[in-house]
Write a protein that binds this ligand. Structure first.
Ligand code: NAI
Ligand code: MG
Length: 365
């Protein structure tokens, strides 16, 4: 059997810096855990534009379609701000998501004990928090037609359309229920069925899939605005939350901030199963290319490292190895090691990107 394949697209800014630490960890798994990957690297974003005149070449797209998983760093930077919309670095990422049809975006909000005081909420409310928001990523109001701005009489009108088909709701609901079965068997679905017809359909379809295929999972429903309040009040009542593209965008950002720094947040975007049973998958940190600290060795590599842990769990069925990596992260944080973004206003002495990566490697050993 050949090794599972990984396509690494480090991208721009701090992308290559944080990815460098992930590469060390991938090497460690091959050497110490007999878990080797066939790694290929390619370009995405601004660097791809500089090299090929496009943020993602067809050849790279093809490699992404065929890889067992794609690991992405970050794209973008001020240098590219004046480019035409179709050439912007972000278009490379959007093309990957669209053509791989990655409809389920998994955003964990996990609070490491050592960082609980870093949250804007009380330690008690966030310590030990471990929830996942599943956001529908390829449909809804960001894609629905009609859209645009036009003139009606003498004023302008802006239109976007929330549109969901039954099958689009069903497939992301299945992703959430499958995830729940690997966790604590609990899903809360959020929409606004009180004021939106698409929300009524959402609730109906999630309920139908639940009854027909996942009756063993505990399902509840909540209006998304109430859900936002509950996330701030007592987030630990949730385990898996499933919601649409727009609400998921907001709720996942809010939930993420319960736990502290952008430098800590991983994500997975999953699509339909491939012939080998693995889902199409792209793993990436939530943060961007951080041009303000790029090239200075200051970036926190943990978000990217935890994204690789998600790949181990969701693409390669290596849940125990994913946990090993998460435990290693937990240990270095408990030991007090901090990159600059994890130091509060009172300061302290930050370690570098590479020092953080090396400390995690040492903790793995
Ligand atoms: P950003 O996430 O790059 O940075 C926001 C702030 O958080 C900055 O102060 C940055 O230094 C800090 N930060 C982010 N990641 C960090 C890390 N790992 N360690 C330490 N500090 C970290 O968002 P911003 O500044 O809005 O965007 C910068 C560029 O990135 C833009 O070109 C934007 O379009 C792009 N971007 C790309 C994304 C992606 O590739 N998925 C997502 C968001 C933005
Ligand atoms: Mg967002």
């Amino acid at each position: 059997m050949s090794n599972p394949s990984l396509l690494i697209l480090a991208g721009d800014g701090i992308g290559p810096e944080v990815m460098n630490e992930v590469k060390k960890i991938i090497g460690w798994y091959g050497e110490k855990r007999d878990l080797a990957f066939d790694v290929e690297e390619d370009l995405v974003g601004g660097i791809a534009f500089d090299t090929h005149g496009t943020p993602l070449t067809d050849a790279t797209m093809e490699k992404a379609q065929n890889a067992d998983a794609v690991l992405l760093g970050a794209v973008g930077g001020p240098k590219y701000d004046t480019l035409d919309f179709s050439q912007k670095p972000e278009r490379g990422l959007l093309r990957l998501r669209k053509e791989m049809d990655l409809y389920a975006n998994l955003r964990p909000a996990q609070c490491f004990d050592a960082l609980a005081d870093f949250s804007s909420l009380k330690r008690d409310v966030v310590a030990g928090l471990d929830i996942v928001i599943v956001r529908e990523l390829t449909s809804g109001v960001y894609f629905g037609e009609p859209r645009g701005v036009h003139k009606e009489g003498n004023e302008r009108v802006g239109i976007n359309t929330q549109r969901y088909t039954e099958s689009e709701i069903a497939r992301v609901a299945r992703s959430a229920f499958e995830l729940a079965r690997r966790r604590n068997n609990k899903v809360c679905s959020m929409e606004k069925a009180n004021v939106m017809e698409s929300g009524v359909l959402w609730r109906d379809v999630v309920t139908e899939i639940h009854q027909a295929e996942y009756p063993d999972v505990e399902l509840s429903h909540m209006y998304a605005d109430a859900g936002a309040m509950q996330l701030c009040r007592w987030p630990k009542q949730f385990d898996v939350i499933v919601t649409d593209n727009l609400f998921g965008d907001l709720l996942s950002d809010a939930a993420a901030m319960l736990t502290g720094s952008l430098g800590m947040l991983p994500s997975a975007s999953l699509g339909a199963p491939m012939a080998n049973g693995r889902p199409k998958a792209l793993y990436e940190p939530v943060h961007g290319s951080a041009p303000d600290i790029a090239g200075q060795g200051k970036a926190n590599p943990i978000a990217c490292i935890l994204s690789f842990a998600m790949a181990l769990r969701y693409s390669f069925d290596q849940g125990a190895e994913a946990e090993r990596l998460e435990k290693a992260v937990e240990k270095v944080l408990a030991d007090g090691l901090r990159t600059g973004d994890l130091l509060g206003p009172e300061g302290g002495s930050p370690i570098s990107t590479a020092e953080m990566g090396d400390a995690i490697l040492a903790a793995l050993d």
